[in-house]
Design a protein around this ligand. Structure first.
Ligand code: GH3
Ligand code: MG
Ligand code: MG
Length: 420
């Protein structure tokens, strides 16, 4: 399709000259529109997709400078290059030509080939600009199609962000991103197992990351809007730019945490389960084997007549009682004391104290449990078996002794503490 040139000049002969010069020099390569005033020019601009404007400066009513300002102020026409064609040569005129938005000016009388070359030069410039913009849009589209957050950085700041980044930070532009931060690493939170940037490394953090990524995958933790997110992060270097890609694995990370928690905690009472208890007891036994001054007691307690609770009030009420009993005990021991659900309605405890003190602790717990009124049920008591670590003890031996003591407590009428 032929490019369209609009010539605006108040003198008709000038217009005809322009037209014939361009047409003969280019063998009718362009479609030419002629306007005898700025107003006529505006009408042509409205009806046609003009590619370039040749504009006279001195015109009655609206002069060339005014006309240029109006063309530049309208969205539809602001990107059309304007070349001033003027007889004036003074510095002021030349400066004003550019100031009002002209891309070039050419003096009358003009040389035909110079005029043609300038026209085609500026049309090429527009073409290149459009091409660049199209490529930029193409890249942006590809980036936006990624579910991952993609950030292109020149090492110090982000120069490109994709839609996922905008969605995450709830922003619409790169400028808004800068209002939140310049460097995304500012959001990284220091935590075990996560990539983190110390202040002194801020300048070269991407290089550090690239170095690490050669060895292993990296995770980053980001806290944004008081929410915690976990991302895997990938980075590559392209020319002098870095491309960073963040994949949200918060869900999987939470799932892993949940599995980890479930492996150690009893689902109903949320205290340690038997597996965790065994693990910690093994380390206590090892410690006692190495250090003869280290003492600990081990105790087991069992709810009295718990079967009746289930039979009378139902299984879910029984569950509630189990939870309440666990929380009563928890509130009367310290965080370093070991407390776990052994299974069913039996619980185990271990304290780093001598036997005498251990019995006192058990007695206190027994009392505290007895003092509690379970809603709709009343008092529920527990029986305790207490023993202390002895040389060459193993976990089964400790358990057998504590179990024996518990059996004695039951035999002697329940709701009491026995030792073995
Ligand atoms: P004792 O005083 O001799 O210990 O009598 P008991 O009724 O407490 O003893 P028994 O061993 O006969 O009954 C224990 C009951 O605990 C039976 C079982 O259904 C109940 N139980 C075990 N685990 C759970 C649980 O997770 N939830 C509920 N609701 N009940 C449980
Ligand atoms: Mg039992
Ligand atoms: Mg029982």
């Amino acid at each position: 399709m032929k490019k369209k040139i609009l010539c605006i000049d108040d003198i008709q002969t000038n217009l005809f000259t322009l037209q014939s010069v361009i047409e003969s020099a280019t063998d009718h390569d362009y479609e030419i529109f002629l306007a005898e005033s700025a107003d006529v020019g505006f009408e042509v601009l409205l009806k046609n997709k003009i590619d370039i404007i040749l504009l006279d400066v001195m015109m009655p009513e609206i002069d060339g400078f005014e006309a240029a300002k109006m063309i530049k102020s309208r969205k539809k026409t602001k990107d059309i290059p304007i070349i001033f064609v003027t007889a004036k040569k003074d510095d002021n005129t030349i400066e004003t030509c550019y100031k009002v938005g002209g891309v070039d000016y050419i003096n009358k009388p003009y040389n035909a080939s110079e005029l043609i070359n300038r026209i085609s030069f500026h049309l090429d410039m527009v073409e290149n600009k459009n091409q660049l913009e199209a490529e930029r849009m193409f890249t942006q589209n590809i980036l936006d199609m990624q579910d991952n957050m993609v950030i292109v950085s020149d090492a110090t700041k982000a120069i490109h962000i994709n839609r996922a980044v905008k969605d995450f930070f709830n922003i619409t532009s790169l400028e808004e991103f800068y209002l939140r931060t310049v460097c995304v690493s500012d959001f990284f939170v220091k935590d075990e197992g996560f990539f983190y940037v110390e202040d002194e490394d801020k300048e070269r953090w991407i290089e550090l990351l690239l170095g690490n990524l050669k060895e292993k995958d990296e995770l980053v933790k980001i806290i944004y809007n008081s929410k915690e997110f976990v991302f895997t992060i990938k980075a590559s270097k392209l020319d002098k730019y870095y491309i960073l890609s963040f994949t949200d694995v918060t869900y999987m990370s939470n799932l892993a945490k949940e599995y980890e928690h479930n492996a150690s905690y009893d689902e109903l009472t949320q205290i340690y389960n038997r597996a965790m208890f065994n693990k910690i007891m093994e380390t206590k036994i090892k410690k006692a084997e190495l250090d003869s001054s280290y003492n600990f007691v081990f105790m087991i307690f069992d709810i009295d007549f718990f079967k009746r609770v289930n039979d009378t009030y139902g299984h879910s009420k029984g569950d509630e009682v189990l939870k309440t009993i666990a929380s009563i005990v928890k509130s009367h021991i310290r965080s370093e004391d070991l407390f776990a659900r052994w299974g069913g309605e039996e619980f185990v405890l271990s304290f780093d104290v001598e036997l005498q003190r251990g019995k006192e602790i058990a007695e206190n717990l027994r009392k505290n449990l007895q003092e509690y009124e379970h809603e709709g049920i009343g008092v529920i008591t527990c029986s305790f078996g207490v023993t202390e670590y002895k040389e060459k003890d193993t976990l089964p031996k400790l358990l057998a002794r504590a179990d024996k003591a518990l059996y004695d407590a039951k035999e002697q009428g329940r709701n009491r503490v026995c030792q073995a």
